[in-house]
Design a protein around this ligand. Structure first.
Ligand code: SF4
Length: 287
């Protein structure tokens, strides 16, 4: 019933996943192997009907729903609204519907589009910012600048979506680590989302960046250097009331707290972990 591989944010672990689209219509980021072998498409009405009937047997009264795959928001606003209505009428118990949001899709939508989509029942968006540094964004082929990333994020927040941003530690390598830390802190602070997740670079062999590592064109950072970068990034953040999580399987140290309120405690935890080199082992990061 699902076309694999299937991805969802860690915080959607208990949500019902409804796969309305497959793949990512952009699919050009050099570090991302999620949908490299899965061309983007909107599933046919017949496929969606069968999928929904199957899901209803398995989980008829979900509390939360996550719409997969990569970028449901790239569809036309009319199509998004039709599908949201269909999801809501089949699963009226759901109190939250969420999906991934690409920055380009958010930028393309007008204010009227986003208001209609928010009112149509889409509550939460997850956007991969990846880095706030323009050179890193260019090298990973993200397709937007840091300015556009801020524009996309602010648009989502302004239109009432609960908003979650993700940054990837180590994405600039040693060369751009300092700029990646400080510029990412700047972009996340400007957007001021309700949720901020920090993951650590963990490459699949089917990605262009993995090939660059194999050719010696990009060097993965050591756990110590990743933690120095993390410390700098968190220290430079200025957030109103943001749930921070860095407890993904890719992370060397599990961190969480409210930013900025609990910044001092998070920074202290990083220092303690660094002094004892208490890091998640590499084999576990690849599970
Ligand atoms: S990171 Fe997101 S936008 Fe980039 S290729 Fe992967 S799914 Fe698509």
């Amino acid at each position: 019933m699902y076309t694999n591989p299937l991805y969802r944010p860690p915080s959607e672990a208990r949500s019902l996943i409804i796969q309305l689209t497959e793949g990512c219509s952009y699919n050009k980021c050099t570090f991302c192997g999620m949908y490299k072998d899965k061309p983007f498409r909107l599933r046919s009405p017949e496929e969606i009907r069968t999928h929904i009937e199957y899901l209803k047997q398995y989980d008829p009264r979900p509390d939360k729903i996550f719409i997969a795959d990569g970028n449901f928001l790239c569809l036309s606003t009319d199509k998004i609204l039709t599908h949201l209505q269909m999801v809501k009428s089949n699963f009226p118990s759901a109190t939250r519907i969420s999906c991934y949001a690409g920055p380009l899709d958010l930028i393309r939508k007008t204010s009227e589009d986003l208001t209609a989509i928010r009112n149509g029942g889409l509550d939460m968006l997850y956007m991969g910012v990846e880095s706030g540094n323009d050179e890193v964004l260019k090298r990973i082929n993200k397709g937007v600048t840091s300015k556009e990333m801020i524009e996309a994020g602010k648009k989502a927040v302004k239109h009432g979506f609960t908003f979650s941003c993700m940054i990837i530690s180590g994405l600039g390598g040693d060369e751009l680590s300092q700029a990646h830390a400080l510029d990412s802190a700047k972009v996340i602070s400007e957007i001021d989302p309700q949720y901020f997740a920090l993951l650590t670079l963990n490459l699949e062999p089917n990605t262009p960046l993995y090939q660059q590592v194999m050719k010696g064109e990009f060097t993965l950072m050591s756990p110590d250097d990743i933690m120095i970068e993390t410390y700098k990034m968190i220290e430079a953040l200025s957030l109103t009331n943001c749930v921070f999580r860095s407890n993904h399987v890719s992370n060397y140290v599990n961190l969480s707290g409210i930013l900025n309120k609990e910044k001092a405690a998070i920074l202290k935890k990083i220092k303690v972990a660094m002094s004892s080199r208490d890091y998640t082992p590499e084999y576990f990061r690849r599970l």
